[in-house]
Structures are given as C-alpha cells and as structure tokens.
Design a protein around this ligand. Structure first.
Ligand SMILES: NC(=O)c1ccc[n+]([C@@H]2O[C@H](COP(=O)([O-])OP(=O)(O)OC[C@H]3O[C@@H](n4cnc5c(N)ncnc54)[C@H](O)[C@@H]3O)[C@@H](O)[C@H]2O)c1
Length: 312
C-alpha cells in the first residue's frame, strides 16, 4: 500500500502549504473530495497516510472500460465516475461528437484518461472496430457497459415496423454484439472481465405504448442470465442494472409534462427522479474487483418503484 508523508518546515516540499501538496498529490491520482479537503485545510503535519486512510483508494485502477452511448445521461455519468476511479475510459457515441468531446474534457479536467470513438452498437463492423480501437489505444479491455438505448412510444397496434426494428437493434442486438466481441477479447487476455447492461425496471414491469422497449429490456434480462452461465468459466461476470426513472434526455417527454411527471412521482415510493450519478455508483461496484462473486442477476435502482404496482 503506497504511503505519503507530509511534515511542515525544512526542505522545499515541506515549505509548500499543506493544501497545495495535498492538491498536487490528489490531482496526480485523479480524485479530490470534500472530506480530504477538510482534512488538509488544517495547517498541521500529517505523519503517514495510506490511500485507504485518505479515502482515495480507486476502485478501477489500471482497468480499461468501454461505455456505450456515453456522451449523455447515465452513460456519461458512468464514464466520468469510472475515470475518477482510475479506469481508462472509451466514450462510445453516435452522430455529432460535441457531447462526447465535452465528456472527454470533463474527464481530462481532473487528470483522467479517456478517448471518444464513434460506433453504432447495432452494426457488427462498427462494434468490432470499437473493440479493436480500444485495445489499440489502451492495450486491453476489462469492462463493458452496454448503456446505449432508445425508445419511442406508440400504441402496440400502431407501432411502425421500422421504429420497432430500430429499438430492438440498439437496445438488444447492440448489447449482444458488443458483449460477444468484448468477451472474445477478454477470453484472449485470460484474466476475466465485467459485462454490465443498463437494462430497466421494464425488463419486468410492463409499460403500455412501449412494447418494443419493454421487449428489448426483457430480452436483455435473459441475454445476461444465459451468457453469465456460459462465460463463468472465463471469470467474466455479467449483470444488469435496472434503473427506474432517472433524470436524463430519454425521458424529456415526461419532464416536459407536469401532469405526467406528477403521476410518475406517485408511482415511486421515494417520490423523486433518480440521478445518473446514483446509477454510476452501482455500475462502479459491479465493475470492481469487490463484485467478483456477483453474476447473472439484475440489480434494480428505482426508488422502490418495482414494489409499487401502478398505471404507468
Ligand atoms: N433515464 C431513465 O429513466 C432510464 C430508466 C431505465 C433505463 N434507462 C436506460 O439507460 C440507458 C441510458 O439512457 P439515458 O437515460 O441516459 O438516456 P440518453 O438518451 O441520454 O442516453 C442514451 C445514449 O445512447 C446513445 N445511442 C443511441 N443509439 C445509439 C447507437 N446505435 N449506438 C451507440 N449509442 C447510441 C445516444 O446517443 C445517447 O447518448 C438506456 O439504455 C435506457 O434504456 C434509462
């Protein structure tokens, strides 16, 4: 365990204000939080402190992670948190690169490592390129978060064929393709890995007017359970996160309609939107070494929504 010594007075290093030394140290380790600032704002000597004692142990040090659809919302929060935890992060995005660039700049601002790569997760050649480019840039691949997802709502009997196909292609075929290409790489490396799908409460809960989305998330449920069993011998764990209502662009229609939002809140025992950062916290645990014995399940993070039957 690395240790760090600060004692005031004497040589060059010691003549710096303690807080400057602390900041320099922490910037080097890509993490700085309020508790640590408080600890070092008292201008006195700190004899010996380990990463652990400082509360700066990073959970994903030296890991390489891909997060799909990471330019916005939940994926963005996961990419930023993973980078804060020491991972090198590939921000997968589609279309315009400006939001992905912004995410990359935020990661850069605290000394984290990331690159942005354009890849449509529903296209096998682009997915393979995403994996190959990741390995080229960072040398390996340890963690994949299948986060990219879309939804549009129509009555089942009116659902346009093209839209239905697109939703299944991004939300279900995408995670299949990315997990398959990633697992091949992880098996080649020989020391395991983590596959995490951002599913939804709708892998279990029906949502009228959202049949393809619910079908895609229901499919993710059994995709994860099946490949968790297949890949266990390779020490690759596979888990789903099932968020409830999280405040991101995907729910813009509800956020823009106060009545709908009120009805939604009535379905949630904790009576609020979830935050993308809260999903990122669970993803960090599942991606970490601490979760080595966790595989083949879905972890709901929904303010209690799954326990409340309702009309939405
Ligand atoms: N926000 C919620 O309430 C909520 C609840 C449950 C589950 N989810 C799931 O969380 C995930 C993230 O959604 P979000 O809420 O952050 O919304 P979001 O719209 O901000 O994020 C979705 C991201 O996926 C990207 N994307 C779309 N098609 C893609 C493709 N073909 N290839 C690669 N990327 C693509 C989008 O550009 C976007 O950045 C989705 O899978 C969604 O189903 C969200």
């Amino acid at each position: 365990m690395p240790v760090w010594r600060i004692a005031l007075g004497g040589n060059n290093r010691q003549s710096q204000p303690v807080e400057t030394i602390a900041l320099t140290y922490l910037q080097g380790h890509a993490r700085f939080n309020g508790r640590i600032r408080q600890q070092f704002s008292r201008n006195k000597s700190v004899p010996l402190a380990s990463h652990h004692q400082l509360g700066i142990q990073m959970k994903l040090q030296n890991k390489v992670a891909i997060v799909t659809g990471a330019a916005t919302g939940i994926g963005q929060a996961i990419a930023i948190r993973f980078a804060r935890e020491g991972a090198s992060v590939v921000i997968d995005y589609v279309g315009n690169s400006s939001a992905a660039d912004q995410t990359m700049n935020e990661i850069k601002s605290f000394g984290g490592k990331s690159i942005a790569l354009a890849a449509d997760v529903s296209k096998p050649d682009q997915v393979q390129n995403l994996i190959d480019s990741t390995v080229k840039a960072f040398g390996r691949l340890d963690i994949v978060v299948n986060n990219a997802g879309i939804e549009t709502k129509h009555a089942f009997v009116d659902f346009p064929f093209d839209e239905m196909q697109k939703i299944l292609a991004v939300n279900l075929i995408g995670p299949f393709l990315v997990s398959q290409a990633a697992a091949r790489q992880m098996i080649k490396q020989g020391d395991g890995g983590r596959l995490i799908n951002i599913s939804s409460v709708h892998e279990d809960l029906p949502m009228p007017t959202n049949a393809p989305y619910c079908a895609s998330k229901g499919g993710l449920r059994m995709l994860a359970r099946t490949i968790a069993v297949e890949l266990a011998k390779d020490k690759i764990t596979v888990n789903n996160i099932g968020p409830g209502a999280v405040y991101t662009p995907i729910d813009a229609d509800i956020q823009a309609n106060p009545e709908l939002e009120k009805a939604l809140m009535a379905e949630i025992p904790l009576s609020r939107w979830g935050k993308p950062e809260e999903i990122a916290g669970l993803a960090t645990y599942l991606a970490s070494d601490e979760a080595g014995y966790v595989t083949g399940s879905t972890y709901f993070i929904d303010g209690g929504m799954m326990r409340q039957s309702g009309s939405l």
